[in-house]
Ligand binder design. Structure first.
Ligand code: GTP
Length: 336
């Protein structure tokens, strides 16, 4: 998306904008990216999907374009890093503002050229001609300024994306991170627990959250759908939990959460919010766009008791999780 020269970028933008206008596509960041990619014709699969949607709907519904943007334009690393989404959002918004500006300037320039052409037919007077040249010079200058500014924005965006990519690569290389979600892995989770424990009283809580029947989902759809669900769950957890919570994928569809300064009542309330939120999500499998059947999770909650060891605390959380599963799943369990 960011590899064309400024001239090419301008040409593509000039092709994309009228098309968006014709199809009444709202000028959102994802739409700009999508239609720019469409007219650049670099991704035949994307073009095929868009063409099919246009045939079916006559336009591109907003929810489809958002999904297509995520699927085709956001590199996988960015999809896995929910906390980096804000940076990307700001980036696309800046690009959109600049793209809108450039298109306004270019269309003004076009109009001015037309006006000048007409005027030239009737003007022979040298003073008038000089005035006309000045007028054109001025509008060319403005259009040029907008282009240079956009050029700068594009290279800033490219630099920012490169930095982001390298930051994400570093995260991936760490042996305390889970590759699929970029959350902590089991080792990272244990380390976080050992770090927190010496400072904690009875206000350190652990949640063990396990997707119910992940095996069935893998079988019914395919393993990639299961992976997508795990990623989705990681995002959802980060959006529901406090910033300072340590969140990990322990293995399979199991997540661990470490909550500082959180007593049992508060931890259980959070666990219930998470359980409920999962059970009400409508989750679509990205590859086939099929809506997954309802997904639930069970949660075991344990809060540190006295001089309990980290191992004993985790074992208690596991015990409550097993209890929740055996009691019918889609529920939370904790000690009294
Ligand atoms: N898609 C996907 N599946 C995984 C991954 N790791 C483990 N699994 C599957 O997750 C399932 C976990 O097994 P269990 O927790 O025993 O069973 P479950 O089907 O989730 O059922 P309950 O936990 O009893 O609700 C197994 O079917 C594994 O094959 C993974 O990285 N991706």
């Amino acid at each position: 998306m960011f590899q064309q020269s400024t001239e090419q970028a301008n040409e593509l933008m000039q092709t994309a904008l009228p098309l968006m206008e014709k199809l009444e596509v709202p000028p959102t960041p994802s739409n700009y990216g999508l239609w720019y990619e469409y007219v650049s014709n670099t991704n035949p699969r994307l073009n095929k999907v868009i063409d099919r949607a246009l045939r079916r709907f006559g336009n591109l519904p907003d929810f489809v374009s958002k999904e297509l943007f995520n699927e085709f334009l956001l590199p996988d690393q960015f999809q896995q890093a929910p906390r980096h989404e804000k940076t990307l959002q700001t980036l696309t918004e800046t690009l959109t503002t600049d793209a809108t500006h450039i298109s306004t300037e270019l269309s003004t320039f076009n109009k001015n050229l037309e006006t000048a052409k007409k005027a030239l037919k009737f003007t022979t007077d040298s003073k008038q001609l000089e005035k006309l040249a000045g007028f054109l010079e001025n509008s060319a200058f403005k259009a040029n300024q907008a282009i240079s500014h956009f050029d700068q924005t594009l290279s800033d965006a490219q630099a920012e994306l490169t930095a982001l990519r390298s930051e994400l690569n570093q995260l991936r290389k760490s042996n305390e991170r889970d590759d699929l979600t970029l959350l902590l892995n089991n080792k990272g989770f244990e380390k976080a627990l050992y770090k927190k424990l010496p400072h904690a009283e009875d206000d350190l809580s652990v949640l063990l959250i396990d997707i119910d029947n992940l095996g069935d989902i893998n079988r019914e759809y395919d393993i990639k759908a299961g992976d997508g669900l795990i990623r989705f769950m990681a995002k959802l957890l980060l959006s529901l939990l406090p910033e300072n919570a340590a969140v990990a994928r322990i293995d399979g569809g199991r997540f661990g959460v470490l909550l500082n300064e959180t007593e049992l009542a508060e931890a259980s309330r959070l666990a219930e919010t998470i359980r409920e939120s999962i059970s009400t999500q409508k989750i679509r499998y990205k590859n086939t766009k099929v809506l997954l059947r309802s997904v639930t999770a069970s949660v075991g909650v344990a809060t540190l008791l006295g001089d309990e060891t980290p191992k004993a605390l985790i074992e208690r959380a596991e015990h409550y999780l097993t209890y929740a599963k055996r009691s019918g799943k889609n529920q939370i369990a904790h000690h009294e």
